[in-house]
Every structure is written in C-alpha cells, then in structure tokens.
Design a protein around this ligand. Structure first.
Ligand code: ATP
Ligand code: MG
Length: 136
C-alpha cells in the first residue's frame, strides 16, 4: 500500500498538537506504520530539505527543524500522499484553508507545524532517510 512520511515539526510538538494530528490521520482512515520522537541532527535536516539548499531561508529552515524534538511517522493507505498533503494544507498559512492542519494551527510559513511527502517517490526516499532502521 502507498506510504507517506509525515513529521510533526518542533513547534507542533512544543504546542501539544501531536495527539490532534495523529487523531486526524487515524479518523481519515490511514494506518500508522512507524512512530518515533527524535532530536534531529543538522546534517539530516539538510539532507531532507536538500532541494531547497539554494533558497535564502534554507539556514532558518534547518535551524527551525533542529530547534526541538520532532515526531516522525509513516502513514499508509489509499492515496495517502495526496490526501495527506490536502489534510496538511498549503505551505504558507495565509493560503491554507480552514479545516487543514496548517489552516487551523499555523500563521507563519517558518512555523508551519507539519511536513508531508509531496510525491510517492519522495515518500519512499524520506521513509528510508528517517527510518534507516526499517519499519514494520
Ligand atoms: P514541507 O516540505 O515541510 O512539507 P511544503 O512541501 O509545503 O513543506 P516546501 O516548499 O517543501 O513546502 O518548503 C519546505 C518548508 O520550508 C516549508 O514547510 C516552510 O517551513 C519552509 N519555507 C518554504 N517557503 C518559505 C519561505 N518563503 N520563507 C520561509 N520558510 C519557507
Ligand atoms: Mg516539501
């Protein structure tokens, strides 16, 4: 079945949104396949966002991701990559619709609570990157 790498960013963990976010994915009908809370090494954050390494906000983005614990998850189910992105909402909170996670819980693009894989292929790469130990 299709899988997506979903990560609750440090602001989401610090603000106590972990349960809310997991609940939304469970209620939608997806299955949780892996879950851990970790402090992220700078090199891992840089690799994860390497496509954005030329952006002016890249250092701030990496500093944000390593600023506190993140919750790393693998969710599985039909069209989980696309539906997960729709549940998360647009990158910029001013563009994310109410009812989406960012639309309900974020106001700053640099503190937008959650990551979700943008394609099935990137999902597979991200699961391998964040869960090198493997998953069930
Ligand atoms: P993510 O990959 O974290 O799920 P996304 O796919 O919606 O987010 P990307 O374009 O991949 O958006 O950007 C990755 C992250 O970089 C964004 O979630 C946001 O935290 C940060 N970011 C993107 N654009 C900006 C910007 N203009 N200024 C500051 N931070 C930004
Ligand atoms: Mg992205």
């Amino acid at each position: 079945d299709e899988r997506s790498y979903i990560m609750i960013k440090p602001d989401g963990v610090q603000r106590g949104l972990v349960g809310e976010i997991i609940s939304r994915f469970e209620k939608r009908g997806f299955q949780l396949r892996a879950l851990k809370i970790i402090n992220v090494e700078r090199s891992l954050a840089e690799t994860h966002y390497s496509d954005l390494s030329s952006k002016p906000f890249f250092k701030d983005l990496v500093d944000y991701i390593i600023s506190g614990p993140v919750v790393c998850m693998v969710w599985e189910g039909l069209n989980v990559v696309k539906i997960g992105r729709d549940m998360i909402g647009a990158t910029k909170p001013e563009a994310s619709a109410p009812g989406t996670i960012r639309g309900d819980f974020a106001i700053q693009v640099g503190r937008n609570v959650i990551h979700g894989s943008d394609t099935v292929e990137n999902g597979q790469k991200e699961i391998a990157l964040w869960f090198p130990e493997g998953i069930v």
